[in-house]
Design a protein around this ligand. Sequence first.
Ligand SMILES: Cc1cc2nc3c(=O)[nH]c(=O)nc-3n(C[C@H](O)[C@H](O)[C@H](O)COP(=O)(O)OP(=O)(O)OC[C@H]3O[C@@H](n4cnc5c(N)ncnc54)[C@H](O)[C@@H]3O)c2cc1C
Length: 625
Amino acid sequence: MSTSPDHRELGMNRPIARRDFLNGIAIGVTAGMSVLSGARAQSATAEDDPPLRAGLRGNYPAAVAEFDPILQGKYAQSPVSNTGINEEYDLVIVGAGISGLSAAYLYRAALGDGAKILILDNHDDFGGHAKRNEFHYQGKTFIGFGGTMGISTPYPYSYCAKSLIRDLGVEVERNPKFINRDLEQKFGLAAGTFFDKEHFGEDRLVKGNPRLPQFFAKAPLSDAARKDLIRLHGKNVDYMPGMSTHDKRAALAKMSYQDFLLNFAKMSPDALPFFMGAGGRNNKRVDTTPALEAAEHGLVGFNGLGLELEQEFNESSYLFHFPDGNASIGRLLVGRLIPAALPEKQSMDTIVAARLAYDKLDDPNSTTRIRLSSPVVRVGHEGAPDRSQWVNIAYRNGGKTCGVRTRYCILACNNALISALMPEIPARQKEALAYPVKVPLVYTNVLLKKWTAFQKLGVARISAPCMYHPNTFLDPGSTVGGYAGVTTPEEPIIFHMTANPNKPGLPRKEQNRHGQQELLSTTFEQFELRIREQLARMLGSGGFDPAEDIAAITVNRWPYGYAYTYDTLADPDVPPEQRPHVIGRQRFGRVTIANSDAGAAAFTNQAIDEANRAVQELLLLQGLT
Ligand SMILES: Cc1cc2nc3c(=O)[nH]c(=O)nc-3n(C[C@H](O)[C@H](O)[C@H](O)COP(=O)(O)OP(=O)(O)OC[C@H]3O[C@@H](n4cnc5c(N)ncnc54)[C@H](O)[C@@H]3O)c2cc1C
């Protein structure tokens, strides 16, 4: 740990709850943190309750340590039978994310609770991207989301996905009753934008609506940039005069938003840093978002073009957010699959406070078992895939390679690993599986001891276009399931910060690869320093002291984040059935493929729909549909 005077001022030498885990074993614990009273918290420790582990989470190093050896073929040649197979299942599911858990739920719904199912996952917690972060501090529990947050989508949920969510006792229509959004109203807080000195000449936090002329008047911008930003955020002229609507759309689909702003809207390059954190769907940026998508997304510059833009799906009815995000969906699913882990049948009213018994997840007495910290390294049929009766699976656990055999298998893991797990699959399928590159992301939760600095500055959320975490906000939590949320500025609160590491200028997939590598090689200490510096610079004028005011930090790094989605700029326009994800997800013998990767869409409903397809394919194979 660095102890230079600057770093000491930022608090790098202060004891906080951070992750000091080696190979999943806690070697150092929180200082200044107390485990408290409260229904859930009484006996919980980071040892037996993974959500309590702070520091580096998400795809933390030990969880993904086997990915490179798998991809490099380390396990390809050794037969799984060498591992001494000593367990048999009806179904083994690789991956305990929303897709894997849903697959188990749907398989049991079709074939009954007697089916013997094993779910294997490489992390020490289930849920995949649906990750709960929990802090116990000063007698209270603070819950945050470490990954997927909202039950939302740009298009309506399928009947299957809707029914599953409803069967779990989640009624999204009750959303307004629970969401604690009055912080801004109650304290007169607004949005803020942080302009950094490296890109804008000085550090300055500007409060107010970043679309209005009075906002730009206060921002540190060159005259040209200010004039252009005011122009673009107002009523635009037609920046593509003389072109038909059809031709405009075709041209916009093939250029980036950045190229549109610079070359057609003639924006000064000085203004570009203001758009650095902005883009279209799936965390695309100004240089990777097709201009047409930016227009459909409601970004500025297009209202004089006379485009007839498609109405985006109104997602309000699905914008429900548990304090731990969709980890509650994962926990509800686990409760249905393994009742001993969550004894009472939980619903949206009880799940947040419910204590889950992790020691019951892999209980031999349960027909469904979840085995954590168990990366699967090889999957292969016994004999020819079309005639085989069994699939063998090798996985790592506690430093050993272990084996199980199963009648059927669903791969609900990252699809990019599948070719290496099953080298026998056809070359065309392998090529298709290699096409997408997952989007890297960081969801950081900082437990602040108080948020008086925010109150003083009058902001609840700060966008910082050119800082490491461009999107940041106070997360008071929803008032649901016995969780009260936060109300007064003297109370501790979670400050949520998100980042999308990339490398502007490169093609999108290259940027994703670059971001993945960056995340895989960044230490917790490096993250911590960036976080403290950013907080100090954004909030220092409000009296924020990074050395004093931070109680705990959890960085959820997701080098393997969102599923890859196609766009008109980066991907060839091919018929839907020829898309790589469709070719890649074909059944191979007794193995079917789920995960949101298989739907090329990074949404909860897609994870459920792909689970449903993978289950249906197995039922068809068994002659059961
Ligand atoms: C930061 C973030 C925020 C998001 N926010 C939202 C949101 O608000 N709303 C929304 O709808 N969607 C959101 N998403 C998209 C989210 O990915 C999906 O909603 C969904 O949770 C994906 O579930 P999944 O099961 O398909 O994949 P995952 O969640 O990735 O689960 C797959 C699991 O398989 C494991 N695995 C991989 N390889 C192996 C192996 N060899 N052996 C064993 N296990 C393996 C993985 O590590 C993982 O645990 C978000 C995603 C991220 C990363």
